[in-house]
Design a protein around this ligand. Structure first.
Ligand code: ADP
Ligand code: ADP
Length: 230
């Protein structure tokens, strides 16, 4: 059963912009799908539709388990996590408190939350920085905190919108390596927006190529699953 399926889903924004022509898209469990294409081709729009952050103008999104989304309703928050281009951390709170935020919102008991935060920080190699403030960390480390905050909810689906786009190339390559490993270990499904063909080819089990005006999928390439190639 697919994780999520878009059936002729399209999006025209309030100002009349046709961001996404009617689109069919299916994500299978454990896939790492990259969306590439020029600016404005609807990559973010497709990601936001899948996340339930916006609703399709026509067509629909079919979710595993929860079934078809009622108009305007987001899928059960626990099963997906969104990582944005900026780390979007609370500057006044410690790394630990930032990662704990989604668990606090779900009223997860203190001890359990502490254990899960510890595990998530270990997974991104930041155990030593739990008590630090975000500003004391480099850009790459801040992005790792943001990934830990996504992983702590134990999502089935990780949606990432150009997460490493603002980082220098060395840091970005390192995070690509780490992400690929996390994906292989955890059997997550991932949708990853990037401008980098290299990154898409390196990370993905499938690359979805989009074009603009109107935004649409023009090509899909299935690659060997990198996690299994080694
Ligand atoms: P959003 O996630 O809001 O849709 P975009 O992907 O449109 O953002 O663009 C994010 C930033 O990257 C913008 O400043 C945009 O000008 C820039 N940008 C978008 N596409 C490209 C590209 N192909 N090459 C270089 N810069 C780009
Ligand atoms: P990408 O992520 O590939 O850069 P987007 O999905 O962000 O593309 O945008 C697709 C098109 O929709 C672009 O022309 C963009 O300017 C437009 N767009 C995106 N968000 C909005 C919005 N909230 N309101 C109006 N137009 C938007």
């Amino acid at each position: 059963m697919p994780v999520v399926e878009a059936l002729s889903a399209c999006k025209t924004y309030g100002n009349g912009t046709h961001a996404l022509a009617p689109t069919d898209f299916t994500l299978q469990p454990g896939e790492f799908v990259s969306l590439i294409g020029p600016s404005g081709c609807g990559k973010s729009t497709l990601l936001k539709l899948v996340a339930g952050l916006i609703e399709p103008s026509d067509g629909r999104l079919q979710w595993w388990r929860s079934g078809q989304l009622p108009r305007g309703a987001a899928p059960a928050g626990k099963r997906l996590a969104f990582v944005f281009q900026e780390a979007t951390l609370m500057p006044w709170a410690s790394v630990e408190a930032n990662v704990r935020l989604p668990l606090d919102l779900q009223h997860v008991p203190r001890d359990e939350a502490a254990e899960r935060v510890g595990r998530a920080l270990a997974q991104v190699g930041l155990s030593r920085y739990a008590r630090h403030k975000p500003r004391e960390l480099s850009g790459g480390m801040q992005m790792r905190v943001s990934i830990a905050r996504a992983l702590v909810t134990d999502p089935d689906l990780l949606l990432m919108d150009e997460p490493f786009g603002a980082l220098d190339e060395i840091t970005r390559n390192r995070l690509d390596d780490e992400l690929r490993q996390l994906w292989a270990e955890r059997g997550l499904s991932v949708m990853f927006v990037t401008h980098s063909v290299y990154e898409a080819a390196f990370l993905s089990s499938r690359v979805v190529v989009m074009a603009a005006r109107p935004g649409r999928i023009v090509h899909e390439l299935t690659l060997d699953a990198p996690g299994m190639a080694e």
